[in-house]
Structures are given as C-alpha cells and as structure tokens.
Design a protein around this ligand. Structure first.
Ligand SMILES: C[S@@+](CC[C@H](N)C(=O)[O-])C[C@H]1O[C@@H](n2cnc3c(N)ncnc32)[C@H](O)[C@@H]1O
Length: 246
C-alpha cells in the first residue's frame, strides 16, 4: 500500500496520510501520532508536542542514502519545511560532520521539531527557526546545502518560487539544493497513485498539486541552479539534485 503524507491539520493536531485507494488515515489509523520511544526520552510536556509522520519512517533511509552522496562533507544544511522534525533528527544523527538547521513556517511543526531535537540530544542539530520559503527575506544569509522534502506539491507555486529565489541567493557556487517528492514528467503523471494524490491535493487546496518536473527545473535555472540529478525513489517519488552555478 502506498501512502502519501499530506501534512498536518491544526484541527486534529495530527499528521495525515493517504492510502493509495484514496482513504484518508487520521491519527491512530494512520500510525501513532507520537513515536513511542519518546515516552521514555522526553518530559511529558515535550511528549505532547512531538508529532510523528508515518511516511518518515518509510522514506528517511532511501533519502539518507542520496544525501550521504550529494551533501558536502562538512558545513551547514538548511532544511526547509522540516515538518515533524523526524527527518532532521535522523539525518543529523547519521551525518555528524554536518550542522543541521531545521525550519518550518508553521508553529506546531516548530514545536514538534524542538521536542524531537531535545529528545535526541544531538549537538549538530540546531534549534528550529521560522522560515517561510515564500518570503522575500529568509532568516539565514548562507547555507552550504538546502534540503526540502515533500513541500513543493503541498504548498502554492509561489512557495517553490520563493524556495528557488532564496536558494539562489544563499547557496555558494556548487552548493546543493535537494528536493524530494512526487512530480509529473513530460506533462504526465508517472503513476496512477500520483494522479490520485494530485486530485486529493487540489481538492484540499486548489493552489497545491503535483508539479511538472520541467517547470521546477526551468524555475531553478532562472535562479542560477542547474538540475544535475534525477533519481527514482520508492512509492513513485523522485529525488532531484540542483547545484548553484559558479
Ligand atoms: C507534507 S509536510 C512535509 C514535512 C516533512 N518535510 C516531511 O517530509 O515529513 C509539508 C510541510 O511544508 C511546510 N510548509 C508549507 N508551506 C511552507 C512555506 N511557505 N515555507 C516553509 N514551510 C512550508 C508545512 O508547514 C509542512 O511542515
């Protein structure tokens, strides 16, 4: 069963996922809201803030295997749209020579990231910062690499425009922008589950939707970012690697 992670609802205060057959899975049906290990690792007040996305456990290792290869050996990685903060913990733990800066624009996500970070005790995982990728100004002036997982299709196009503009400004020559998610290619969906996912996204918000890979690549180029790699990932997702031109 392919599930796609849509985001979290302030109403349910939970992360949602969707089965390939279109069933929406909320809260406990979609997996535990909060990782059981934090019962033992965090204070009760932190525990209530730490959200869990079922999709992270499935995609974090395939993504990590790409990041190990494409990220620089040292330096600061800016993660945009960190969500629950589980990716940040997993990647910072596996890549201790990098400093990981998680961000999100959502308050609830920021609290979850902070709770996971505190539980992890990782010295190279920085406190989360507010960052709206669509904003004209970002709170960071530089990053050696940027990672954005599952944001481009779950936000309006102007957010991807802001992401590319910001990445073009703060990455050094050769710096990597890594994107992960579902994309159309040559104007068509690459799988029926992606097509159904796209319909679900657009029903939830007409400004969301699975993007054309070619449009993202063209936009990146306008901001000095060359598309250098496309990797097929599990569940009909792609990893896309861009490099800031010199
Ligand atoms: C589907 S979740 C993905 C979270 C995480 N990257 C993951 O894969 O589990 C989408 C995330 O994008 C964030 N987001 C949406 N619009 C954003 C924006 N304009 N700037 C930064 N983050 C944004 C949401 O707050 C949410 O955390």
């Amino acid at each position: 069963m392919t599930r796609r992670f849509l985001g979290f609802s302030p109403v349910f205060a939970s992360w949602h996922s969707r089965a390939a057959n279109g069933t929406f899975l909320f809260g406990s049906r979609g997996g535990p809201l909060i990782c059981p290990m934090y019962w033992h690792m965090t204070k009760p007040s932190d525990f209530t803030e730490a959200l869990t996305s079922p999709s992270v456990a499935r995609n974090r290792d395939p993504i990590l295997s790409v990041l190990r290869r494409v990220l620089p050996p040292t330096g600061q990685v800016l993660e945009i749209a960190s969500g629950t903060g589980e990716h940040a913990v997993h990647f910072a733990a596996a890549l201790p020579h990098l400093t990981w800066q998680p961000t999100d624009r959502d308050e609830q996500a920021l609290r979850s990231i902070a709770a996971h970070r505190e539980a992890s005790g990782l010295p190279n995982l920085l406190a989360p910062r507010v960052l709206d990728a669509a904003a004209a100004e970002w709170p960071l002036e530089w990053a050696d690499a940027i990672v954005a997982i599952n944001m481009v299709h779950i936000s309006p196009w102007r957010v991807t425009q802001g992401l590319m503009a910001g990445a073009g400004l703060i990455l050094p020559p050769g710096g990597v922008l890594f994107l992960y998610g579902a994309y159309k290619e040559n104007g068509a969906h690459t799988a029926s589950s992606n097509e159904a996912f796209d319909l679900d996204l657009r029903r939830r918000n007409p400004e969301w939707g699975v993007r054309d890979l070619e449009s993202v690549v063209d936009l990146a180029r306008e901001h000095g970012l060359d598309h250098v790699e496309r990797l097929q990932m599990p569940s009909n997702n792609l990893s896309l690697v861009f490099r800031r031109s010199g």
